[in-house]
Ligand binder design. Structure first.
Ligand SMILES: NC(=O)c1ccc[n+]([C@@H]2O[C@H](COP(=O)([O-])OP(=O)(O)OC[C@H]3O[C@@H](n4cnc5c(N)ncnc54)[C@H](OP(=O)(O)O)[C@@H]3O)[C@@H](O)[C@H]2O)c1
Length: 180
């Protein structure tokens, strides 16, 4: 797959590395923007309050499937119901919200775990196949918890995840009875 990450920091750069290891062709853009016309999918990994500023410097977004990894810390900003829908106002295409509930500084340890950690996400139907593939290729098991209409609730749930933060970042796994 041809992937462009918009943001090349802990999340954009970290996922770029994992996806390259899985055989994908990944380009990473910083705050100066660039063009994504050739991409099969774009990852949004810039500060949440900077989405519109960052995406206004990117050409070729319309029609692209997007995975939005931004989160609302330290406080939600802007007029959109969710950051994922702010992304969608640029792409006008299916969007997934994923990797916002996983810790970037643990990416290097994902593949060392006894079982695959989960990555819970919400998505439009049209973004599910690519998103699940890229979650798996990063070493996680995908768990869809709704469609994009749940994006705001999902973004707000980051505060619950951060409540566990005193232990310094966590992996988690959702499992059927008997699978743990
Ligand atoms: N770190 C985590 O564990 C984690 C987990 C889940 C979600 N997230 C979310 O993922 C997103 C990226 O986080 P990160 O930790 O990867 O951040 P980061 O390491 O600080 O990287 C931020 C990236 O965004 C780019 N960017 C584009 N426009 C920008 C602007 N106007 N102002 C500042 N930076 C701009 C930066 O460009 P340059 O390269 O040109 O500086 C940089 O590549 C954030 O929304 C964050 O809340 C982070």
């Amino acid at each position: 797959m041809k992937i462009v990450t918009i943001g090349r920091g802990q999340i954009g750069g970290g996922l770029a590395r994992l996806w390259r290891e899985a055989g994908h062709e990944v380009t990473s853009l910083g705050r100066d923007g660039g063009d994504v016309s050739e991409a099969d999918v774009v990852l949004i990994a810039v500060p949440g309050a900077r989405i519109s500023e960052a995406l206004s410097r990117v050409t070729g977004l319309e029609g692209k499937i997007a995975i939005d990894a931004t989160n609302i810390m330290p406080a939600r900003q802007g007029e959109f119901p969710s950051y994922a829908e702010e992304v969608q106002s640029f792409t006008k295409a299916p969007v997934a919200k994923s990797f916002n509930m996983n810790f970037g500084h643990l990416f290097d340890q994902v593949r060392e775990q006894r079982v695959r950690p989960s990555n819970w996400y919400v998505a439009d139907d049209g973004a599910v196949k690519i998103t699940e593939q890229l979650i798996e290729d990063a070493g996680y098991d995908p768990v869809r918890v709704g469609n994009l209409s749940r994006a705001r609730d999902f973004e707000n749930a980051v505060w619950l995840l951060m409540g566990i933060q005193p232990v310094g970042g966590v992996f988690y796994r959702f499992a059927q009875p008997g699978e743990l």
